[in-house]
Design a protein around this ligand. Structure first.
Ligand SMILES: *Cc1c(COP(=O)(O)O)cnc(C)c1O
Length: 455
């Protein structure tokens, strides 16, 4: 059912490109937005239309779409040494330098880094590391992975098993050894009369009970995003990580912080674990690691995990794992530049400067009678649409409210993403205050239009 003009970009996109995570009725109706270039936080489509990208690509284009230094770093490395692997004891000088840099900026006093091409692969790699530890340390039954409902850890078969979203049932996932505990979203899951502290304590108890039930000696690790991203932009409830980490430490279960979104500045600190004041055993990084200019992921092991993985690998004479493009020299050169740009050229500072304005804009919009709450941290936030603000009752799913809001935003020249019944905003770190005003102005117009129809 392709009703777009013959040979239009929209028809051509439909003809030969398979869309992922895309609402097909919307495509049918409106066609794909085919983009040609960008400028700062703006992108432009084949018809010359300008959009302010309120999602900085997919959370990751934090330095904007035309950062000259990033492009030059890539070009210089392509000219010098355009590609190499990191197998058989070889690796590029850029890879060596990036690992040094990542450990330097990590919360770890020492550690080691393993590279992948994506966040999903980094989570997969970490699970394989935990499973190998079970083999090496004489605890082969230690294979179960605990994550949270609404957690998002990617799409490869293992990462999808970790992801706590219902859509994975269409693939017959999760695999058996993947367990999901409760989501720390107090507004939605807190019981009547329960304080936020009591809610947190209930989740910690649930984790304890789950570990007891499964057997502590069968649990290999616990993965969590400091702020859940694709699950709806959900900051943890008060004291959550302290309560959870206490339970995990008691049972010697490693805590892996999936910082694919929160890493490198999104919450106003380099790492989300710093924002929430905990030190994990491992950090998973991707997305902002290269400011979106190269596909890359990294597993950053803290001191204890480094020693254990080193010993496990020595036992087998190698760590039998790696991707052809792991530690790609161009990716590493781009990441080194991205880290420098984010940390030393004022991008994190700008996140901190913009955060109060962002919170003000979100709070203003959240006064609307059809917005149940706004939530977020730093420069990531969501607005939850509701049919009834008091009962928190969602809109009828058949109304596709968030999809309609996102489409109305597109008409206003703003890209933002629907997520469940929420709308997500996570702009680039280079945004100016006036671009922030523009973003909220466009969003307000779009919301007024849609709520006039369905509210
Ligand atoms: C995006 C994301 C991933 C997956 O990364 P890909 O590069 O898309 O494979 C994993 N974890 C979190 C928290 C993410 O946001």
């Amino acid at each position: 059912m392709n009703k777009h003009a013959p040979n239009s970009w929209e028809a051509r996109a439909d003809e030969h490109s398979f869309y992922g995570f895309t609402d097909l009725p919307t495509i049918d109706d409106r066609g794909a937005i085919v983009l040609t270039h960008g400028n700062g936080p703006y992108v432009y489509d084949v018809h010359g239309r300008e959009y302010l990208d309120g999602n900085s690509g997919l959370w990751n284009m934090v330095a904007g779409f035309d950062h000259k230094g990033m492009a030059e770093a890539a070009k210089a490395q392509y000219d010098r040494f355009p590609g190499y692997h990191a197998f058989f004891g070889r690796m590029s000088d850029q890879t060596v330098m990036l690992s040094e840099k990542l450990i330097e900026v990590s919360p770890f006093e020492r550690g080691k880094v393993f590279y992948t091409n994506s966040g999903s692969e980094a989570n997969d790699t970490m699970v394989k590391m935990l499973w190998m530890l079970g083999w090496a340390e004489g605890t082969p039954q230690k294979r179960k992975i605990i994550t949270r409902i609404n957690g998002y850890h990617g799409v490869t078969a293992v990462a999808a098993s970790m992801t706590g979203k219902p859509y994975n049932h269409v693939f017959g996932l999760p695999f058996d050894e993947f367990i999901h505990v409760g989501c720390p979203h107090y507004w939605r899951f807190g019981h009547d009369g329960e304080t936020e502290a009591e809610f947190t304590a209930r989740l910690a108890q649930e984790l304890e009970d789950t570990i007891q039930k499964e057997g502590a000696d069968t649990i290999a690790g616990f993965f969590a995003e400091p702020v859940m991203g694709a699950g709806g932009v959900i900051p943890p409830s008060e004291g959550y990580f302290q309560a959870i980490q206490k339970v995990l430490k008691k049972h010697n279960i490693p805590l892996i912080s999936d910082e694919v979104i929160t890493g490198f500045g999104r919450t106003g600190e380099t790492w989300g674990c710093q924002t929430y004041d905990f030190v994990p055993d491992v950090i998973i990084s991707s997305k902002n690691l290269t400011a979106g200019y190269f596909p890359m992921g990294a597993v950053i092991l803290g001191p204890e995990m480094t020693d254990r993985m080193q010993a496990a690998s020595e036992k087998f004479d190698e760590f039998p794992h790696g991707f052809t493009a792991s530690g790609h020299p161009v990716g590493c050169a781009v990441a080194l530049k991205a880290i420098d740009v984010i940390m030393n050229e004022g991008l994190i500072d700008n996140v901190r400067t913009l955060t109060p304005l962002f919170e003000e804009g979100m709070a203003r919009i959240a006064e609307h009678k059809n917005i149940g709450e706004w939530r977020g941290k730093g420069l990531m936030g969501a607005l939850e649409a509701v049919a009834d603000k008091n009962t928190k009752e969602p809109f009828d799913g058949s109304l596709s409210v968030s999809e309609r809001i996102a489409n109305a935003c597109t008409d206003q020249g703003l890209i933002c993403r629907p997520l469940g019944q929420a709308i997500v905003l996570c702009p680039a770190f280079i945004l100016t205050p006036s671009q922030m005003d523009e973003m909220f102005g466009k969003l307000e117009k779009a919301l007024d239009g849609v709520f006039a129809e369905v509210g």
